[in-house]
Design a protein around this ligand. Structure first.
Ligand SMILES: Cc1cc2nc3c(=O)[nH]c(=O)nc-3n(C[C@H](O)[C@H](O)[C@H](O)COP(=O)(O)OP(=O)(O)OC[C@H]3O[C@@H](n4cnc5c(N)ncnc54)[C@H](O)[C@@H]3O)c2cc1C
Ligand code: SF4
Ligand code: SF4
Ligand code: SF4
Length: 430
């Protein structure tokens, strides 16, 4: 590659933000390397049952992007791969990528023979551990690349049943982790988020009471490929709840937990109230909130939910949740508008927890500026851009806008790097 040819862009994280950034840059004519630590693209949105504002299945939007990825000759997607070191040089970045062992290789046709003979089962990451799957499996029904993945730590010693069953010779149980070097013109970080752990909210029963679950878990309970095949059931007894309570700002806007507002969990609970009422028309739904943050078109969702029979919104902070003798949950709530303390009962409680940026754990060996909450900040001079929830809490539509902007900025950063180094080379040659 000569000094005036921009190097490829490196996009880290293949959720909706990363896939968008990669495709927008590629379709503008740029080479892109897209990496993700998971075995398939899509990130967290593919774990949602439906999307607000339109209430459509997230897989639809992602299918279009997968077709674009399949058609693109400019995006190289490397799964189970992470950025482990990065060094700035005059032309951009020299980075080191580490890949997990490729126990299942590209010859895999996703025929499923190996899963059928596999004796080991593991907690299914796609279902947030709420169901079990064979150690060798497709990551989920809509996975792309459409290639099986193997959890080697679960294999009993000496087992080779999957190797014997595979007619494509796609499995290598002795595969080793790999490292590779890459020169990149600019880096776009789209590393997304993880849910705030409910175990950190024991006063609300998080991690202690079985029927207190997180909003991300309710998404899986509603999904047809979820642990209950789409039935909203109480984890403790597998029965349909007759009363569901949503607790807003669970661990958010609280200096002891997440000081910021995640911006989407009000809309997520409104959406989930509709899941419950559509499936269980007799079930009473109560949403306890501090503020209803529903900007722009989200007001329509709020209006739809407030007009839905059986859904009650109460302005009140839930301070404590305990189990009652009858197997129900008792919520102690400060009802702000009535100015009194309430004791309310529910069969199932959903904690509307917020989004924690993965960048909070570290900036992947980059000298990246982050805000006080751990969200990443752009550094245009260094050619490092941040998009999606890695940058700030936001919904999918905002992620897509954000990622498109980041792709444009990354192209400019890579091009200016290439031209300034070419200018330097020309000046030195003169
Ligand atoms: C309960 C709930 C319901 C929601 N419902 C909706 C909804 O209905 N509509 C809506 O618009 N929004 C909704 N959202 C918000 C939506 O989930 C986010 O906007 C979206 O997931 C952000 O996408 P992203 O690409 O930024 O991050 P992610 O989806 O988190 O993707 C990040 C990707 O980066 C990868 N990654 C992370 N770290 C690394 C690393 N070090 N190396 C390599 N790869 C890495 C991850 O594996 C992942 O694939 C909801 C959120 C919650 C909590
Ligand atoms: S690894 Fe082999 S047996 Fe398993 S799905 Fe792939 S091709 Fe089929
Ligand atoms: S080697 Fe591991 S993945 Fe393969 S069949 Fe045995 S337990 Fe399953
Ligand atoms: S979006 Fe709503 S529930 Fe989420 S932190 Fe903000 S105010 Fe609380």
């Amino acid at each position: 590659m000569n000094a005036t040819t921009p190097r490829p862009l490196l996009v880290v994280g293949a959720g909706i933000a990363g896939v968008t950034a990669a495709l927008e840059a590629a379709e503008a004519g740029h080479q892109v390397v897209l990496i993700d630590r998971e075995p398939a693209v899509g990130g967290r949105v593919l774990r949602h049952h439906r999307y607000f504002p339109k209430m459509c299945p997230p897989a639809c939007g992602m299918e279009v992007n997968i077709q674009r990825l399949e058609r693109s000759r400019r995006v190289r997607a490397l799964m189970q791969t992470e950025l482990v070191a990065a060094r700035r040089d005059p032309h951009g970045w020299s980075v080191t990528l580490a890949s997990a062992p490729a126990y299942v290789g590209p010859r895999c046709t996703a025929c499923g023979e190996c899963s059928q003979v596999c004796p080991a089962a593991v907690a299914d990451p796609h279902n947030l551990g709420m169901s079990r799957v064979p150690a060798i499996r497709l990551p989920h029904g809509g996975a792309w690349p459409r290639q099986y993945v193997l959890d080697r730590s679960a294999c009993p010693e000496g087992c080779r049943k999957c190797v014997e069953a595979c007619k494509c010779d796609a499995i290598d149980l002795g595969a080793q982790p790999g490292k590779s070097e890459l020169e990149a013109g600019a880096i776009v970080l789209c590393t997304g988020w993880q849910p705030y752990p409910i175990e950190k909210l024991p006063e609300l029963g998080g991690g202690e009471l079985q029927d207190v679950i997180a909003n991300v878990q309710l998404e899986r309970l509603g999904a047809a490929d979820g642990p209950t095949q789409g039935k909203i059931l109480r984890p403790s007894d597998g029965q349909a709840p007759r009363a569901v309570a949503f607790v807003q700002c669970a661990g958010s806007r609280d200096v002891n937990h997440l000081p910021y507002c995640s911006g989407i969990c009000c809309q997520a609970s409104l959406k989930q109230a509709l899941y419950v009422r559509e499936q269980l028309p007799e079930c009473a739904v109560t949403i306890y909130y501090i503020d209803r943050r529903t900007p722009g078109r989200a007001e329509d969702l709020l209006a739809r939910v407030t007009a839905t029979a059986g859904v009650n919104l109460i302005k009140g902070k839930v301070g404590r949740i305990e189990a009652s003798d009858g197997g129900q949950l008792v919520l102690r709530v400060e009802d702000v508008e009535a100015g009194r303390l309430l004791e309310a009962k529910a069969d199932l409680v959903v904690l509307a927890t917020g989004m924690v940026p993965n960048l909070r754990e570290g900036a992947l060996g980059l000298d990246l500026r982050r805000d006080e909450d751990g969200f990443g900040l752009d550094d245009l001079d260094a050619g490092v851009l941040v998009a999606g929830v890695a940058r700030r809490p936001e919904d999918v539509a905002a992620c897509v806008r954000d990622a498109t902007g980041a792709a444009a900025k990354a192209i400019v950063a890579a091009a200016s790097c290439a031209s300034s180094s070419a200018g330097g080379a020309a000046a030195r040659g003169a």
